[in-house]
Design a protein around this ligand. Structure first.
Ligand code: CO
Length: 214
């Protein structure tokens, strides 16, 4: 049975954690202070903790279709706010992945119902980078590039939030990073976005504090 298997797996997992550390769950229950906030796609092939080799307690995770940071999405905004203001995460990782169905759907002239307004955010990313994308003739390479540019734009959306701006100006953290996971190799790639340069570039428009962000 599919569900019974889950509980059997769970019991084995809990036992395995206690083999080397009998107080493992007491410590886990006491508190959390993760170093990272991970914002990634809901895709079943991209398990956040597993691909980064992180344990329970290491990373605060938010996942949705196509790893979007939409400023009217109370869900992602709450996750960012909580992770930054209360958990004091040091790094925010926005992680996209190649072969992302959400990004693919946003490249096609197709009615996706309730997903239309959600995926329109990716169409907006396309519009912002239209020249670069249209110049890539190979459709699969264009698709890969849109995945990367989507990550970049979502990172910028993270920087636009008050919580990130306030904490960053006073402490230098959290820092935002754009990653892409390659399902074809299992490898994670850092897009090496220049966070201070991006901040400097957009602060005139988006800054919400008196202080300069950079
Ligand atoms: Co995806």
């Amino acid at each position: 049975m599919e569900l019974e298997k889950l509980f059997e797996n769970n019991r084995k997992w809990a036992e395995s954690k206690k083999v080397n550390d009998e107080h493992y769950f007491e410590r886990l229950a006491a508190d959390q202070s993760p170093t990272y906030l991970y914002i990634g796609c809901s895709d079943s092939r991209v398990p956040a903790n597993e691909i980064m080799g992180l344990e329970p307690g290491d990373v605060f995770v938010h996942r949705n279709v196509a790893n979007l940071v939409n400023n009217t999405d109370l869900n992602v905004m709450s996750s960012i706010n909580y992770a930054v203001r209360h958990l004091h995460v040091k790094h925010i990782l926005v992680c996209g992945h190649y072969n992302c169905g959400g990004v693919k759907a946003a490249m096609e002239p197709k009615d996706m119902g309730i997903l239309n307004p959600w995926l329109r955010n990716i169409r907006d990313v396309y519009r912002l980078h239209r020249e670069e994308l249209d110049a890539i003739e190979d459709m699969s390479l264009r698709y890969d590039r849109l995945v990367e540019l989507n990550v970049r734009e979502q990172c910028i959306s993270v920087i636009k939030t008050t919580s990130v701006q306030t904490l960053y100006t006073s402490t230098g953290f959290p820092q935002v990073h754009g990653f892409v996971f390659d399902l074809r190799t299992g490898l994670l790639r850092d897009l090496e976005l220049d966070f201070p340069a991006i901040l400097k570039d957009i602060q005139k428009i988006y800054k919400l504090t008196e202080q300069d962000l950079f």
